[in-house]
Design a binder for this molecule. Sequence first.
Ligand code: CTP
Length: 406
Amino acid sequence: MFIVVGVTGGIAAYKSVQIVRLLVLAGHDVHVIPTDDALRFVGLTTWEAISRNPVTTSVHDDVPTVRHVALGQSADLVIVAPATADFLAKQAAGLAGDLLGTTLLATTAPVVVAPAMHTEMWNHPATQHNTGVLRERGVHVVGPADGALTGGDSGPGRMSEPEQIVAAALAVVDAAGDLAGMRVVVTAGGTREPIDPVRYLGNRSSGRQGVAVAVSAAQRGAEVDLIAAHTEGDALEGARAHPRVRVSQVSSAEDLQAAVSAAAEAADVVVMAAAVADYRVDAVSEHKLTKDTSPDGTRTLTLVENPDILAGLVASRRGGQTIVGFAAETEPDRATLLERGRAKRRRKGVDLLAVNTVGWTRGFETAENTLYLLNAADDVVAEASGTKHSVADALWDAVVAARSAR
Ligand code: CTP
C-alpha cells in the first residue's frame, strides 16, 4: 500500500519513527510528511532513512511532480501521528498552508489521526469540538491514551503506542480485500530439534517469506494464524503489528505439527512455508552433553524421522480446503528444478507448490526471492520474483485462482 504518514510538532514524533518502521517492515511504500515544527523533534534524515523514500516539507519542493497533491492522490491510507491540537484545528477548518494540509485536502483515502498533547489541551472545548468535526467527516481517531506525559504530569493526552496506531490504521483499510472472510493458517521459520537443554539441530530459514505470506493474506482481508518456528531478528514484527494476524511460536517439528493441525481444522487455506527438520534426535539428553567423544574423535547422534506434517494435513483436509506447500531446492537448472517440483507436488498431494531456489547466498536470508508456483495440473501458474512481499502477493493470486477454478 502507498501510505502517507504525517508528523506534526510534538515530542511524540520520536515514537512515530517506529510507526514508519513497522509499516515499511510490513512491505508498505511509506511517504513521510513532517511539518516544519516536527523537524525540530526528529530530523529529515531520520525520516528518509527509515521510510526509504525522499521526504519534503514544502509545497514549493519537487514542483514538476505536483507533489502538493500527488502524495494525497496516490495514498491508500493517511496516518497523522502525533496529531497536535494545532493540527486538529487546522484540519477541522480545512486549512492547506503546508504540504501536509494540501495532501489531506487532495486525498480520498481513509485518514487516521493519533492525537498527542497535554490533558488540558485535549480537554479544551476547542480541541474536543475540532476532533468531533473530524470524526463526523469520517476521520478515524486513535487514542489518546491515559498515561505519563512529558513534564511529569499524567492523564489523557499521551499518544497511543505505535503498534496500536499501525494496527488500527491497517484495520481501517484491509477489511474489504479479496480474502475477506477467509481463515488462513501459515507456518514460517525453521524448526529446532533439541539435542540437549542447550543445543539443537536447526536450519537457515529466516521465516521472512512465511511472515510475508501471512501479512499479505491479512492485508487482503483474511484472518490469519501464523505459526512461527524459529525466525530471524525482527522478522515477526510486521505480523505482530497487524490486527488480523495471530502469532503463535513453536520450536520443534512435533510442536509445529500439534499447533498447525489444531489451527487447520477451521482453515480455508493452509500454507506450509516453514522449513521443517526431516529428522530429530532419537534420545534428547536431559543434561548438557559433555565432551566425551569416542577415541577416534567422533560423536554419533541417532536421528529418527519427523512426521511429514504437510502429508498429514493433506490426508485429513476438510472439504474445500486449499493446501499450499513449499519446496526449498538447490537445483540450478530450471527444467530439472521444475521436474523435481512437479514430482514433489504429486508426492505431497497439495493444490499448489511454491518452488523456491535456495543456496548459500540465495533465498534464505535475502530480502528478495524467486518462486515458481505449480498448480494441481502441474502447470507453472506464476514465476514470481522480487521482494518477499510481492512474491507473497503472487502466491495469494494463485490461491484465489485455484479456488475459483474449482
Ligand atoms: N514439510 C513438512 N513436514 C516435514 C518436512 C517438510 O510438512 N517433516 C513440508 C514443508 O513445510 C514444505 C514441504 O513439506 O511445505 C516440502 O518441504 P521440503 O523440505 O522441500 O521437502 P521434503 O518432503 O523434506 O523432501 P526432500 O527433503 O526430499 O526434498
